[in-house]
Structure formats: C-alpha cells, structure tokens
Design a binder for this molecule. Structure first.
Ligand code: BES
Ligand code: MN
Ligand code: ZN
Length: 495
C-alpha cells in the first residue's frame, strides 16, 4: 500500500474516509460532503447506531450525487479528547475496513477541527502512521491465498497541508523499524537463526549504523561463558551484534539497549512440552525490537548516541548441550549454576548486559526480553513487566509507554527475592528453589550482571505476539517496545 499526501480537497473517485465527532457531528468539511450527497451521510447516521464515538465506524456505499465508491465515517469522539492515538486508530481502522470491503483507493480527509491538541499536519501524519502500521502483513510464504482474501487497498492519500508530509518523515522512519522487527519476529526458526539474524542486523549499515558482529571465537575470548553454555547444544553458532548510532555529541555516553535473541527456545535438556512450542520462534523478539529501534533512530537521525547489543543463540537439546547442574563462568567473573536450561534468556543477558555496561559505560541500559511465562500470568497481554533499579528511569519509561499505547507495569525488585538465587555450589543459580514470583526472580538474576548503571528490564513475553487485530497492530508480531523506546529517547534525551 502506497501512502501519499496531497492538498486538502474532496476526492472525486475511490473511497473517502471522513472523521465524525461525538453526537454525529460533522465538521465543516464533512457537512460539505454531506451536502454534495443530498444529505445521505446524515440520514445514514440517523438510521444507525453510529454516534461518532471513538472507534465507531459506518460505511456508506455508493452515495448518490458523487462518483465516490463509498464514504467511511469514523468516530473520533469528543473534540477535546482527540490525541495522536485516536488519529492513528482512525488510519488503522480505515485500512482494515477498506481492505475488507475490497476498496482499491482511498482518501482520508481531515478538517482542522479533527486535529484536537495536535496541529493539522501532525494529525495527518499520525493517521498515516496508523494506516501504515495496520497495513503490515507477513504473507511471503502464502503462495495459494485466494485473491478475495488478499488486501486490495493499493493507494491511500491523506489530504492535508504540505507540512504533513514533513511531519510524517520521522514517523515513517519509526514505522520502517517496526516493519523490520515484525518481519524478523515472524520468520520461522529454520530461516532466522543467530547467523542470519546477525546478517539482517548488518543491513543497518545502509542506514548509517555501525555494526559489529562477534562470532564464537570472539565470545570465547571475551569469556562469555553463560551465553556460550546456552549456545553449545545447537549446531548453529551464537553471535553477539553491537550496533552504534552516533547522532549526539561526540564522546557523550550513549543510551544502551540490550535484546534477548533466542532464535528458537526448545528449553534445551529441560525441554518444553510439544504443545505450543512453535511460539518459541518469537523468543528473539527482544533482539528484533533492539535492531528495529536502531534502524528507527538512524532513520529519523535522532540527536542521541545509542548502542544496541543483541545476544543471539539457539537453545537446543543435543549431545553437546549443557546439563542441569552445570556450572559456567560469566564474563563478569561470577560463576553460575544452571539448574534449568530453559531459563536461558537470563543467562545470555547476563553476559550481554555485563559486556554492554563494561564497554560503553552507558547513561542508562534497558534490556528487552521474552523472559518468563510468569509475566503472562501476572499481566496478560495488556502490560509488559517493567523492572528497574532507578525510579526516574522507570517513570520515564512508563510515561513513554502510555504516550504510545505500549503500556508497562512496574514490578518489584528486592533483596528478599535476590537471596533466593544464591547457589550452594556457585555464586548464583539461574532459578529459585520455589515457584513463586518467577518474573521477579528472572529480573533479579539479570540485575546481578548490570553493575551500577541505571538499568531497566522489560519482560515482553505477554505482549510480543498478539492473537487478534487491534486498530494499529494486526495479529502476529507486534514489535512491542520499539515505539515506546523511540518515544523515551525523544522525550528524555532530545528535548
Ligand atoms: N522464552 C521463555 C519464556 C516464555 C514462555 C515466553 C512462554 C513466551 C511464552 C523462557 O526462556 C522460559 O522458558 N522461561 C521459563 C523460566 C523457568 C524455567 C524458570 C518459564 O517461564 O517457564
Ligand atoms: Mn526458555
Ligand atoms: Zn526463552
């Protein structure tokens, strides 16, 4: 689907998407269209349950008096409540409804009154962003899909001022990062494994990101024993990829992002049950989000220094796999007793986080990981878990999450949990003796490897893959965390 911007004018053909406010209130633009159709829009609204409330929609097909194929009315709610999220939803909803209807071409026509607290250009850019995010589809392996099931909308025009196109620029860069991350997460484990995921990250060189790939030999030399222990059961060798975007002041400490990249998690010798194991192809979503985020920051030329470190392994059982009870040496010097090989995310993050803070001395370090099933029990698919050793960092992340609709819920860290991972045989063990508080235990483990840097951990296991469509996220890979962290960077370091 192509998105373009054009000067505000009512289109002659195709579909017209028209916002309506609460109480079936048409804007001046809307009233003009209604008049051209001889009052069809007002009559259609009066004959329906459409009130112009947020997320409501009403399709008026082949209205008389105009050559339009249809007018899609979408509710924006009360003018005082209109914000970026509502305009994104409008764009997303329009794409979904028009594809379902078999429409080929559409124009979103915004009136100044539709912009709410935003300017008209920003409002138009948000609607375009929502449309782009909802239009995402991972269909490269579907060779026999029936034409009537395929999306039809080929061109979407957002009618607004010229400034809208400029306002869309940075948003488009973020959307490009989201699309890349969703693609990587959607790919199966036979296609995306440490080497191929590292290759994909190398593609960011085109965007101006410096990319280094550390191979097994380099990881051994660095002493990343907890990461290598996870990787040793797979025939696919591990990689750590370091990405740097230097858009800030020369020499200024960067903000760092670390991603869990388990390209497939069988559990290893502590093997998972068969049912649902296919989901573990998306156990690399943390790393995909970090890669996509670096692409987004570079794409919009963010005025910050940022570094992304992703730890890429495949967790497999096999003759050379690590055993429960094995003791490994982490890069930090701490020894780790591996009591459950399925608690592997924390093992690879231990070395990746230690390496990241040791080498880059970042201002703050944020890791993303599909770390625990327990966070799904706690928070479901609504919030991701937020753990932090710094209250300001936690608050800023939570605020950014609210602003973009990727919500976080803060969970505790405490010495009383920490002592549960003291090991009798080594410095630390990778699971606790009892089952309670599984997500917190995972976070406590990572915390032992972050040293003194302000750090936050986002457990995204429940929000990374969605089972149903929402306004701007089609079901499947969400890239949750990417828009959030982009916003966090913009609000915290670029203002
Ligand atoms: N990748 C899983 C966590 C996960 C589970 C993500 C389900 C998404 C859906 C992680 O590596 C894992 O296996 N965690 C274990 C930890 C346990 C062994 C302490 C878990 O959550 O069961
Ligand atoms: Mn696991
Ligand atoms: Zn895992």
């Amino acid at each position: 689907m192509e998105i373009r911007f054009a000067n505000a004018a009512t289109p002659k053909t195709g579909a017209l998407v028209l916002p309506v406010h609460d109480g079936r209130t048409l804007t001046e633009t809307g009233r003009a269209v209604d008049a051209a159709t001889g009052g069809t829009l007002a009559r259609a609204m009066a004959a329906s349950r459409f009130e112009g409330r947020k997320d409501q929609q009403l399709m008026v097909v082949a209205p008389a008096g105009v050559a339009l194929t249809r007018v899609l009315l979408i509710g924006l709610g009360k003018p005082g409540d209109i914000d970026a999220g509502r305009l994104q939803s409008l764009g997303g909803q329009a794409v979904a409804a028009l594809n379902a209807a078999g429409e080929k071409e559409a124009t979103i026509l915004l009136d100044a009154a539709d912009a709410g607290k935003l300017g008209l250009a920003e409002a138009a850019a948000e609607a375009a962003l929502g449309a782009r995010l909802r239009a995402y589809r991972f269909d490269k392996y579907r060779t026999t899909e029936k034409p009537e099931k395929k999306p039809t909308l080929a061109r979407l025009t957002v009618a607004a001022t010229a400034a809208a196109k400029r306002a869309y620029g940075p948003r488009e860069a973020v959307a490009n990062g989201v699309v890349m991350a969703r693609d990587l997460v959607s790919e199966p484990g036979n296609v995306i494994y440490p080497e191929t995921l590292a290759e994909a990250a190398k593609g960011l060189k085109k965007d101006g990101v410096a990319v280094e790939v550390l191979d097994e030999k380099a990881l051994k030399k660095l002493g990343m024993g907890t990461l290598l222990g996870v990787a040793q059961g797979s025939v696919r060798p591990p990689r750590v990829v370091v990405m740097q975007w230097n858009g800030g002041k020369r020499g200024e400490a960067p903000i760092a992002f670390v991603g869990k990249g388990v390209t497939f998690d069988t559990g290893g010798i502590s093997i998972k049950p068969a049912g649902g194991m296919e989901d573990m192809k998306w156990d690399m979503a943390g790393s995909a989000v970090v890669i996509g985020l670096m692409k987004a920051l570079a794409g919009r030329k963010a005025a910050v220094n940022a570094v992304g470190v992703v730890a890429l392994v495949e967790n497999m059982p096999g003759g050379s796999a690590q055993r429960p009870g094995d003791i490994v040496h982490s890069m930090s010097g701490q020894t780790v007793e591996v009591l459950n090989t399925d608690a592997e995310g924390r093992l690879i993050l231990a070395d990746a986080c230690w390496y990241c803070q040791d080498r880059f001395k970042p201002k703050a370090m944020i890791d993303l990981a599909t770390l625990t099933g327990a966070i799904i029990v706690s928070l479901g698919d609504v919030h991701a878990g937020l753990f932090a050793n710094d209250d300001t960092l936690a608050a800023r992340l939570a605020d950014a999450g609210k602003a973009v609709g990727e919500r976080l819920w803060r969970m505790p860290l405490d010495d009383a949990y920490d002592k549960q991972i003291d090991s009798d045989a080594a410095d630390v063990k990778n699971i606790a003796g009892s089952r309670g508080g599984g997500s917190i235990i995972g976070a406590q483990f990572i915390q032992r490897f972050v040293n003194k840097v302000p750090w936050a951990h986002l457990d995204i296991a429940g929000v990374t893959w969605s089972k149903s469509d929402t306004a701007i996220v089609p079901k499947g890979a969400t890239a949750f965390g990417l828009r959030l962290l982009d916003r966090f960077v913009a609000d915290t370091y670029e203002k």
